[in-house]
Design a protein around this ligand. Structure first.
Ligand SMILES: Cc1cc2nc3c(=O)[nH]c(=O)nc-3n(C[C@H](O)[C@H](O)[C@H](O)COP(=O)(O)OP(=O)(O)OC[C@H]3O[C@@H](n4cnc5c(N)ncnc54)[C@H](O)[C@@H]3O)c2cc1C
Length: 402
């Protein structure tokens, strides 16, 4: 099976930034992408909050990300990831794609998010026949025609404004009486005479013949029903994680399916990192996705370096000892320090492991509590014991394994 040091799923802002950092750290890096390189930002008309670019189209920013990533030489492969299989061990992270299987030392999941559906009648039937989730992609088809936008957040309101350059009228239908979007954006957009807010209403049906002809809405509270004639319906009612390929995987996720990480982008599985919109996080934007990608790649680099170190110093040595402690427990830190001092006068080959940073190694060595001592012969654990003092370390090393 093909094996790579670092495999990145998704080439959006997070995945491409991870590729830049991964390659700059010298990692053999493969990026898998099933859609457009640059990801979600391709569907945004204008970005004006990414530092260093005052105003740029989403597509131009996406292209710049790819060009910069490409200059560091990662491999890009156009294919879809169908499953991630986690079996444990060095070759145990397997990415199943529609073009074969690849195992990886470390994996970064940067598969982003996708649009939520309204769930009303006609939404699926008229997809591509008047229903769209991307104003930049489809807005120009509605030159001189009325369109409706469903949603009330920043994306809905901004995309409604974008559509005014083509459409004769843009209705923004939102279930609440007020928009959720930033006040400054709402003020600007509502001053546009082509925009007509339809607040406090839900869409029951998108109807038409071959193509969309209108929407039926109900006013919440009064139950009043009305039709709005429109040729296009643009839906921006939120996003959900793109994580179909993680169905049944042990990677910890929130109730809504976002991947839970720490600030090093580590997931609940050693060597598996997540970056960008797919994470459970406060702000889903290009700038935070890029930041996540950088952190994930550097954490993956540290993980892979540790992996190599353990392989050489521990599993590849004929007779080794390991002292496993946790770098966040003061007593463990001083025990490790004392043992390191003692090691200088002994001839034993002792490897010091911070198990807080490397949970996987505890499993591999058969250790369940800290601090612990392990004796290995030819890479195989022959003895394990707890250790609470330097004397325990000295006695363990002086004893001979049965
Ligand atoms: C309408 C709209 C307007 C926005 N405007 C702004 C803005 O002005 N400023 C801003 O900062 N942010 C904006 N955002 C948010 C921004 O687009 C995202 O936060 C950012 O793109 C997230 O990047 P990402 O790399 O995490 O994910 P994405 O960009 O979503 O990239 C994920 C990639 O993974 C790929 N992928 C997913 N599943 C698989 C699979 N199974 N196999 C292979 N590949 C896979 C996808 O094809 C995709 O290319 C906007 C978003 C929308 C929807």
């Amino acid at each position: 099976m093909e094996h790579r040091q670092l495999v990145i799923i998704g080439a959006g802002a997070a995945g491409l930034t991870a590729a830049i950092y991964g390659r700059r750290a010298g990692l053999d890096t493969l990026v898998l992408e099933r859609g457009l390189y640059g990801g979600m930002i391709n569907s945004t008309a204008e970005v004006e909050n990414y530092p260093g670019t005052k105003r740029v189209t989403g597509m131009a920013l996406a292209a710049a990300f790819r060009e910069q990533a490409e200059s560091f030489g990662p491999e890009f492969r156009s294919c879809g990831v169908q499953r991630v299989v986690l079996r444990g061990g060095r070759d145990g992270k397997v990415v199943v794609t529609d073009a074969g299987e690849i195992s990886a030392d470390a994996l970064i999941i940067a598969s982003g998010a996708e649009f939520s559906k309204v769930g009303c009648e006609g939404e699926e039937k008229f997809l591509g026949k008047g229903v769209s989730y991307c104003a930049v992609c489809d807005g120009a088809f509605y030159d001189g025609a009325p369109v409706a936008v469903i949603g009330g957040g920043n994306a809905a309101v901004e995309e409604a404004e974008y559509l005014t350059q083509f459409a004769s009228r843009v209705y923004i239908i939102h279930r609440r009486e007020e928009f959720r979007a930033d006040a400054s954006i709402v003020e600007r957009v509502l001053s546009n005479t082509k925009i007509e807010p339809v607040l406090g209403c839900v869409v029951d049906e998108i109807y038409g013949g071959d193509m969309v002809e209108g929407v039926r809405v109900t006013r919440l509270g009064t139950g009043e029903k009305k039709r709005i004639l429109t040729e296009g319906v643009f839906i921006f009612v939120g996003i959900k994680p793109t994580a179909d390929f993680l169905e049944g995987s042990p990677i910890e996720r929130s109730k809504s399916g976002w991947i839970i990480t720490d600030d090093k982008m580590e997931t609940s599985i050693d060597g598996v990192f997540a970056a960008g919109d797919i994470r459970e996080k406060f702000l889903r934007q290009v700038v935070t996705a890029a930041g996540d990608g950088a952190a994930a790649a550097m954490a993956a680099y540290e993980y892979i370096s540790n992996l190599k170190y353990f392989e050489d110093a521990l599993f590849g040595h004929p007779h080794a000892y390991a002292l496993l402690t946790s770098s966040i427990v003061p007593e463990h830190i001083s025990l490790a320090r004392d043992a390191e001092d003692w090691k200088k006068s002994s001839h034993a080959h002792i490897v010091f492991i911070d198990a807080h940073r490397s949970r996987r190694v505890m499993d591999e060595l058969g250790v369940s509590e800290l601090p612990s001592l392990v004796e290995l012969k030819d890479g195989v654990t022959v003895r394990v014991a707890g250790a609470s003092s330097l004397d325990d370390v000295i006695n363990f090393v002086r004893e001979v394994a049965p």
